[in-house]
Write a protein that binds this ligand. Structure first.
Ligand SMILES: Nc1ncnc2c1ncn2[C@@H]1O[C@H](COP(=O)(O)OP(=O)(O)OP(=O)(O)O)[C@@H](O)[C@H]1O
Ligand SMILES: [Mg+2]
Length: 360
């Protein structure tokens, strides 16, 4: 299988810069996810790899083959890129049986009849749909159609698999099962995969690495753990999982530690993030990392409980206090109106508030 290299890719539609100078390499066999809010340029990036749109500048290579090069004007036809693509709307041809849907890309590649039959059966058995050869798409459930669409993308043994929100039409339970199954299949085939989603939980669950995108740029590229535990900026901290952002002013910092003064004059110790900062800052803290404590102490804030809900596995409370509103998740029910919460300094990370305002 091949690796994918994208260098300085820019895609503009008139004044709209959909993809803004991104560079990315996906090693052979990796499952990489492009994750970001609607309109951030995920599909545009994916389609340019597939050759369905032409980039404005930059280069796309798979192994040693140049698929697109803005400078020399090279752009390989989509059917010659050896890429499997699955869209959000499975796009099976409704008037063709499952067999004919899979035969089509093979006929296009002039694979003879005997070999076609063999590969169709092989691909369908990979997705556990071999019993459905003669059905039409309307005779299949959404989940089954999605498997057939995947089989159709795999049937000609592409070097690269591109998936654009392939699970978004499935209900929540089926979607969770499908993503486990999809990941297992990808690992078995070792096919280099670029997956697009705006669902952060899905991205964390399936990916080797995640590229978090916003406004056509890659904000952070890393493993799910790196992205969740060490977000590069407030946008990533907000988009992946959920974070509270307490506003304050940086008063001093010493190596990895800093002190922040909140509006009411109280101070908190926090960890410096990846940005160099001064003045107004936000302290990002995950709701599950804040602790309810019984009395005032260092890094403890007095807050008021505004509302609460029971989520099954945890209790969640909306709070207001110095630094603004925030949310806490805890295993214990809280009955008092005024409580003390501890913000562990190692779980509290400082960022500039700018990227947060831009994302809002
Ligand atoms: N053919 C086009 N002409 C003009 N603008 C376009 C075109 N295709 C995409 N865009 C713009 O480029 C930006 C990125 O679009 P893209 O489809 O890549 O977003 P996305 O990240 O896939 O979003 P979603 O999660 O909603 O699918 C958007 O602002 C979109 O309006
Ligand atoms: Mg899209």
């Amino acid at each position: 299988m091949a690796d994918l290299i994208i260098e300085n890719l820019t895609i503009a539609y008139g004044d709209v810069v959909a993809v803004d100078n991104i560079s990315l390499s996906v090693p052979s066999g990796e499952f990489l996810t492009l994750l970001g809010p609607s309109g951030c340029g995920k599909s545009t990036t994916l389609f340019s790899i597939a050759g369905l749109n032409d980039a404005t500048s930059g280069q796309i290579r798979v192994g040693n083959t140049v698929l697109f090069d803005g400078q020399s004007g090279t752009s390989v036809e989509p059917e010659h890129r050896n890429i499997g693509l699955v869209f959000q709307s499975y796009a099976l041809w409704p008037h063709m049986t499952v067999r004919d849907n899979l035969a089509f890309p093979l006929k296009l590649r002039k694979v003879d009849k005997a070999e076609r039959e063999k590969r169709i059966k092989e691909a369908l058995s990979l997705v556990e749909m071999d019993a459905y050869l003669d059905r039409y798409p309307f005779e299949l459930s959404g989940g089954q159609q999605q498997r057939v669409a995947l089989a159709r993308a795999l049937v000609y043994r592409p070097g690269l698999l591109l998936l654009d929100e392939p699970l978004s039409n499935l209900d929540a339970k089926l979607r969770e099962r499908a993503r486990v199954w999809l990941r297992e299949l990808q690992e078995r085939l070792q096919v280099t995969t670029v997956y697009v989603t705006h669902d952060q939980a899905e991205a964390l669950a399936v990916s080797d690495r995640i590229a978090v995108m916003s406004e056509g740029r890659i904000r952070q590229l890393g493993t799910p753990k790196e992205i969740y535990e060490s977000p590069a900026d407030a946008f990533v901290a907000d988009f992946i999982g959920s974070s509270n952002f307490l506003r304050g002013r940086l008063t001093e910092h010493n190596g990895p530690w800093a002190t922040v003064r909140l509006a009411d004059g109280s101070t908190l110790r926090a960890s410096m993030g990846k940005e160099s900062l001064e003045g107004e800052v936000v302290i990002a803290i995950r709701p599950e990392r804040m602790e309810v404590v019984s009395e005032p102490a260092e890094n403890v804030l007095q807050v008021e409980v505004v509302s609460g809900s029971y989520l099954g596995s945890v209790y969640q409370y909306e709070l207001t206090g110095p630094g603004g509103r925030c949310r806490i998740q805890t295993n214990h029910e809280v009955t008092d109106k005024q409580i003390h919460v501890r913000i562990p300094p190692e779980a509290a990370t400082l960022f500039s508030g700018n990227s947060l305002e831009k994302a809002a």
